[in-house]
Design a protein around this ligand. Structure first.
Ligand code: PLP
Length: 388
């Protein structure tokens, strides 16, 4: 990456790096867009002597461009792209061995919880879920065998905010590494490595890709030794996306900053509407001054994001009816793309956490506020809520 002047955060701003870092003009044609490099194998001058590419699982030029670009946006020296967010998580968790221990926030994406509690645990890795908004709970959960503390902030779906600097300190005092899932905030709004995290995880399926048309995952770190191990596992396990996937994610990154600002503008307007509506009993948004994590969010985030969760009067039944009453907000899983989505986490994205300490309230509705006309979004929600 050293030879890419555009990757340098000191020399270029976020928006410039999003468009230029890792993305070299094609030397033969001058094409300004990174090519989708479909080759599975690359010619060698003599056995073992090549131009940095051997076989496309190990790496390919389109993936390399994405890896350099998103690493730069996270302020990381190393970035690795995967076939999905969970593929990235799984590869990272393979650095653990039987007998190791992991601490997980008690409010996390259901798929992460399922991977840790049902798959990784079967390989002999122990885990504890704690409330990471209380650093003392983390301190109490740390064991000599604790290798990883796994945090999300803001969390999916309760939008809890964890003070990253505070938990980084406790994690490091305990000799472990802090992993932060930055999917909800994106590097435009929050840069966990600068707050003391050791690894950043992304589901690039969400805001980074931004158009609901590509599944992907990412790991970013400044730890050379860990990066070498992760690159080994990336190749050895092979959970990598294809060049077209990599291309779409790279294309999404180019507009990340402008999209995030619009997501934030529109989410703030939605929050105002929800706060004023009698059928809404609680609005969860880190930008609200009475949100318990508001001060931490102000310190570590540029703005508060495009995700809004809320609870409705009338329990699970009302929440479910609301999710089928909107038109601009489509009833669907996932988040972070240009179109607005509405969902019921208890039945949909977080069903795998039912009955566990990560279970979510059944009157909870989650919105991914897109970048359509704000007025259309507001009219849609107003009509659906009035009809409850
Ligand atoms: N992390 C968070 C916060 C998520 O919301 C998701 C998916 O919804 C994931 C990780 C998993 O990513 P993927 O669906 O790309 O495997």
């Amino acid at each position: 990456m050293a030879d890419d002047q555009f990757a340098d955060p000191q020399a270029f701003g976020f928006e410039t790096r999003a468009i230029r870092a890792g993305q070299h003009h094609d030397p033969t044609s001058g094409a300004v867009v990174t090519p989708i490099s479909l080759a599975t194998t690359f010619v060698q001058e003599s056995p073992g002597r090549h131009r940095g590419y051997e076989y496309a699982r190990t790496n390919n030029p389109t993936r390399q461009a994405l890896q350099e670009c998103l690493a730069s946006l996270e302020g990381a020296t190393h970035g690795l792209a995967f076939a999905s967010g969970l593929a990235a998580e799984d590869t990272l968790l393979r650095t653990l061995s039987s007998g190791d221990h992991l601490v997980l926030g008690n409010d996390a994406y259901g798929g992460t919880f399922r991977l840790i509690s049902a798959v990784v645990a079967a390989a002999g890795i122990e885990w504890t879920a704690v409330d990471l908004t209380q650093p003392e709970q983390l301190r109490a959960a740390m064991r000599p065998e604790t290798k990883i503390v796994w945090a999300e902030t803001p969390t999916n779906p309760l939008l809890t905010v964890v003070d990253l600097a505070a938990i980084a300190e406790v994690t490091h005092q305990g000799g472990a590494q802090l992993v932060v899932d930055n999917t909800f905030a994106t590097p435009y709004l929050q840069q966990p490595l600068a707050e003391g995290a050791d690894v950043v995880v992304h589901s690039t399926t969400k805001y980074c890709g931004g158009h609901s048309d590509v599944v992907g995952g990412f790991l970013a770190t400044n730890d050379d030794e860990l990066a070498a191990r992760l690159a080994y596992l990336q190749n050895a396990v092979g959970a990598v996306g294809g060049p077209f996937d990599n291309y779409l994610t790279l294309r999404g990154l180019k507009t990340l900053a402008v999209r995030m600002d619009r997501h934030c503008d529109n989410a703030e307007a939605v929050v105002e509407l929800l706060l004023a509506h009698p059928k809404v009993t609680k609005v969860l948004y880190p930008g609200l001054s009475d949100h318990p994590g508001h001060e931490a969010a102000r310190r570590q985030m540029r703005r508060f994001g495009g995700m809004v969760s809320f609870r409705v009067a009338g329990g699970a039944d009302a929440a479910m009816r609301l999710t089928t009453a909107t038109q601009v907000f489509s009833l669907a899983e996932s988040l972070g793309a240009v179109e607005s989505l509405i969902e019921h986490p208890g039945v949909m994205t977080h069903a795998s956490a039912a009955g566990s300490e990560l279970e979510v309230p059944d009157d909870l509705v989650r919105l991914s506020v897109g970048i359509e006309s704000s007025q259309d979004q507001l009219d849609d929600l107003q009509r659906a809520l009035d009809g409850l």
